[in-house]
Design a protein around this ligand. Structure first.
Ligand code: IPM
Ligand code: MG
Length: 357
């Protein structure tokens, strides 16, 4: 029996609904596979915890998480707590302290889901965005002076280090090399930002020499939005800075039909710490508690988690089950259906148990 201990942090809004759904399908998968066991410990950290305790997680929170094999995360963000508090109080400390420097965001048009792109259907769009996840525009550097006065200044300093850029570039080239098309696009804004971004371009050239099998090209981030929209089939693996990839991955999610299906993995490739898996969609308070949140992103990120844990067969089985369900039109309202979270979850569990899987 292969056993994995997983810390679940459902947190805010629809987070608890989709994480519970994910735990249900993982329990089904466990029964189906027979030789794998997932043990969950649930943590009640998040905005409710913040209202009670003044912090998003306890001071030894990171210490508590260290012993787990992986973290399964819902969403943070609540209407009455400032977003920078929720973000910098929970999710970013986990990503940064555990040096989860590779944020991996696959995009596909799943069967049964309609892309807003004309003539693009299932299978036409198959990208992985690799987002630098430890520095850049999210390094937290900067400050404010002369608050409230006319001469007030605010700075937000993007930090790029040779170590940070080289390691994400290597990760992206390695990933591109492992995919059938062996194609990588390096995104920067090195025309306008002539320091850190030019360093990105230079490091990309250096790292490329170690990966002769990979065909790669460079794009400026603004032009990249055009290419993603007008020539989506020309792209495969994409690497970009923390902020650029944040923006591009929302576009990717929209082009694939809905952010409700988009997953993300915050990976420590060196495996010194647990990696963290989450849906991209966020807490979505407008639909929280209604039972209609799309659980597909939470399932897909669970499949990424299985992959990371070395459970390749379980991972592809889970994705096949998800694709069968979306293909059968069992869809939540965000992707044009009328199914509930529970309907989709039960359908995926049924697919997992069906004999031809
Ligand atoms: C994402 C989200 C977050 C980010 C938000 C919630 C701060 O948009 O995971 O893409 O910008 O990293
Ligand atoms: Mg985002």
């Amino acid at each position: 029996m292969r056993e994995y201990s997983i810390a679940a942090i459902p947190a805010d809004g629809i987070g608890p609904e989709v994480i519970a759904a994910g735990q249900t399908v993982l329990a089904s998968l466990e029964m189906r596979l027979g030789d794998v066991k997932f043990t969950f410990e649930n943590f009640n950290w998040g905005s409710d915890y913040y209202r009670k305790h003044g912090v998003m997680m306890p001071s030894d929170g990171l210490e508590q998480l260290k012993k787990f094999d992986a973290i399964y995360f819902g969403a943070v963000g609540a209407p009455n707590v400032p977003d920078h508090v929720t973000l910098w109080g929970l999710r970013l400390p986990i990503c940064q302290s555990f040096d989860q420097y590779a944020n991996v965001r696959p995009t596909k048009i799943l069967p049964g889901i309609t892309s807003p792109l004309r003539n693009c259907g299932a299978g036409d769009l198959d990208w992985v965005i690799v987002r630098e996840n430890s520095e850049g525009e999210y390094s937290g550097h900067g400050g404010r002076a002369h608050r409230g006065l006319p001469e007030e200044v605010g700075t937000e300093v993007a930090i790029f280090t040779r170590v940070g850029v080289t390691r994400i570039m290597r990760y992206a080239f390695r990933l591109a090399q492992s995919r059938p098309r062996k194609l990588l696009t390096v995104v920067t804004k090195s025309n306008a930002q002539r320091h850190g971004m030019v360093m990105w371009d230079e490091i990309a050239c250096e790292v490329a020499e170690q990966f002769p099998a990979v065909t790669w090209d460079k794009m400026l981030v603004d032009a990249m939005t055009v290419r993603m929209t007008l020539k989506p089939r020309s792209l495969d693996t994409i690497v970009a800075t923390n902020l650029h990839a944040d923006i591009l991955s929302d576009l990717a999610g929209a082009l694939a039909g809905s952010l409700g299906v988009a997953p993300t993995a915050n990976i420590d490739p060196e495996r010194r710490f647990p990696s963290m898996f989450e849906p991209i969609h966020g807490s979505a308070f407008d639909i929280a508690g209604k039972g209609i949140a799309n659980p597909v992103a939470a399932f897909w990120t669970a499949a990424q988690m299985l992959d990371h844990l070395g459970e390749r067969e379980g991972s592809s089985r889970l994705m096949r089950a998800v694709e069968r369900v979306t293909g059968a039109g069992i869809l939540t309202p965000d992707v044009g259906g009328s199914a509930t979270t529970l309907d989709v979850t039960e359908a995926v569990c049924d697919a997992l148990h069906s004999s031809n899987f």
